[in-house]
Design a protein around this ligand. Structure first.
Ligand SMILES: [Zn+2]
Length: 132
């Protein structure tokens, strides 16, 4: 399916060669590039081995183009937010900032989709009924 991901701040395209490229900062203050797949619910991330991300660690993500922090907070949970264009519709994609936690939310004008085994905890999280 044709999907494009862009930054909510500068609208720069984040997807290059079938990967979503983000700049990341781990809890130890180390920065690195992380490549995610555009498949929602697929949590395989590519990075250089020298950039260490430990399970359970909080990771901040930044736009690699404008360097804005992509963090959003919803009910005390911190998420990374990027925008997605799919079949002409724009969605907000939120995913957990805790390494190893598999939860992704795709929020459209009239729908919420969830992906990942940890996502169910937050069903109805947005005060609306998911449409899956
Ligand atoms: Zn940007």
């Amino acid at each position: 399916m044709e999907r494009n991901f862009h930054c909510p701040f500068c609208h720069g395209q984040l997807c290059v060669n079938q990967r979503v490229i983000l700049s990341a900062l781990n809890e130890d203050g180390q920065r690195g590039l992380v490549l995610l797949t555009p498949e929602l619910g697929d949590y395989k991330a590519l990075k250089h081995p020298s950039f260490k991300v430990k399970e359970g660690q909080h990771v901040d993500f930044f736009c690699p183009i404008c360097h804005n922090n992509l963090i959003v907070e919803k009910k005390d949970e911190k998420f990374t937010r990027v925008m997605m264009l799919e079949l002409g519709e724009e969605y907000e994609v939120l995913f957990s900032q805790i390494a190893g936690e598999k939860s992704t939310y795709v929020i459209g004008e009239n729908s919420v989709r969830t992906y990942g085994k940890d996502a169910h905890e937050f069903t109805n999280f947005w005060g609306e009924t998911p449409s899956y």
